[in-house]
Write a protein that binds this ligand. Structure first.
Ligand code: EZ4
Ligand code: CO
Length: 402
């Protein structure tokens, strides 16, 4: 089976998505998500200008060989643009292989290890009361794990807070907005949020929190300790993770589990974090981490060191990526938890899919391949719009990690 067409589709049904569509001489179609929030067109160009021409005439069945051809053959390795591009090709090839074999992708990955992927939803509120209220809504909807983010008094535009109970979407149309950050105020406030949630709903469900790379290791150690009474499932991205050995300091002070890696794109970004057992969950998504082929390598290493999956699942990862994540989730032995932010109705219209939410979990579809399609007519009605993630500054104007 040969690839005869490789095309990139850019669409913005509520937010931007980049999708690679491969077609074979047998008339089968494979999809891969190539969305890199705020830098979408760089990946679209990498694929259209430099990768698609190399795919024409190639044997669609050679997934591992194509991965190595694109990774080693480019000479320039790693990085989000390269690895998102390779991921899109890899996922589209797995989709094709499933369709050619008339099997859902998880069957090609070894079959089920579990019935469904337990997910966590995002509760948020400008105040503690609003956030506590939203946790209740998720519990009533059947969720068994909830991430909680809340506004910090005196600090406007806190990460993860949509405002007035709205779902949170960080990308903003136009040029990047700027937000303000105050570490001391945040560290004082967050333990009260989790005290209020546990006080109202008890301990019989999982709680998570995303620090979003804002702290230093010793500050993160303090937060992890202060949150210990509330038994978090994980504290996410406590510090920026370029300095992997920096996590030793956090680890030495707290038993709050740590999840890291939504901005990683290769096993080399977390090799030390995993092999020194400095984290508990790895969050690298299929679409930014070199696809199913490379993500399975990361999770294979992780399994040796008691590290489990906790794949990123924000709305900037398309339904194609979410479907691919679910096929990996149900087929690896060391699954932890899957993030789930429901996509908008417009996004679901452009990407019809067979995965579904039930009883606090997502079920991967049983259709051959990934079980996701793209409606190109609908996609064409939503043209690309420039949008960026915010830039963060301390009160004195210093640029800080967002
Ligand atoms: O800020 O996906 O855990 N989820 C997150 C996300 C990220 C966005 C960035 O594109 O941290 O909300
Ligand atoms: Co995050």
């Amino acid at each position: 089976m040969k690839i005869i067409e490789a095309r990139v589709i850019v669409t913005s049904p509520g937010r931007n998505f980049v999708t690679l569509k491969l077609t074979t001489d047998e008339g089968l179609v494979g999809l891969g998500d190539a969305t890199l929030n705020g830098r979408e067109l760089a990946v679209a160009s990498y694929l259209t200008d430099h990768v698609c021409p190399l795919l024409i005439g190639r044997d669609a069945g050679r997934i591992e060989d194509t991965w190595n051809y694109l990774y080693k053959g480019a000479y320039w390795r790693r990085g989000p643009v390269t690895m998102t591009s390779i991921a899109a090709v890899d996922v589209a090839l797995w989709d094709l292989k499933g369709k050619a074999a008339a099997l859902p992708v998880y069957q090609l990955l070894g079959g089920r290890c579990r019935d469904a992927a337990t997910v966590y939803g995002h509760a948020n509120g400008e105040t503690v009361d609003e956030a506590v209220e939203q946790v209740g809504a998720y519990l009533r909807a059947g969720y068994r794990a909830v991430r909680v983010q809340a506004g910090v008094p005196g600090v406007a535009g806190i990460y993860g807070v949509g405002g007035h109970g709205q779902p949170y979407e960080p990308a903003v149309a136009g040029l990047p907005p700027e937000t303000v950050w105050d570490t001391a105020a945040y560290l004082r406030h967050i333990p009260d949020l989790f005290a209020a949630v546990r006080d109202k709903y008890g301990f019989d469900f999982h709680l998570l929190h995303d620090v979003h790379h804002r702290l230093t290791p010793i500050e993160a150690a303090r937060l992890g300790r202060d949150l210990e009474p509330y038994r978090l499932f994980w504290m996410e991205d406590p510090v920026p993770a370029e300095l992997q050995e920096g996590f030793r300091l956090i680890r030495g002070h707290t038993t709050t589990p740590i999840a890291v890696g939504e901005v990683f794109n290769a096993v080399w970004d977390c090799r030390q974090l995993i092999s020194e057992q400095l984290i508990d969950f790895v969050r690298t998504p299929v679409s930014h981490g070199g696809g199913i082929t490379h993500l399975r390598r990361i999770l294979g290493l992780a399994e040796l060191y008691h590290v489990r999956s906790g794949f990123h699942g924000a709305t900037d990862l398309s339904p194609v990526c979410l479907a691919a994540a679910l096929h990996v989730d149900v087929s690896i032995p060391n699954f932890g938890l899957q993030e789930y932010m429901a996509h908008s109705a417009e996004t679901d219209e452009v990407f019809p899919h067979s995965y579904r939410f039930e009883d606090g979990a997502l079920l991967a579809g049983e259709e051959p391949g990934l079980g996701v399609d793209i409606d190109e007519e609908a996609a064409a009605r939503y043209p690309y719009r420039a949008a960026y993630l915010p830039v963060n500054r301390l009160r004195d104007g210093t640029v800080h990690s967002w």
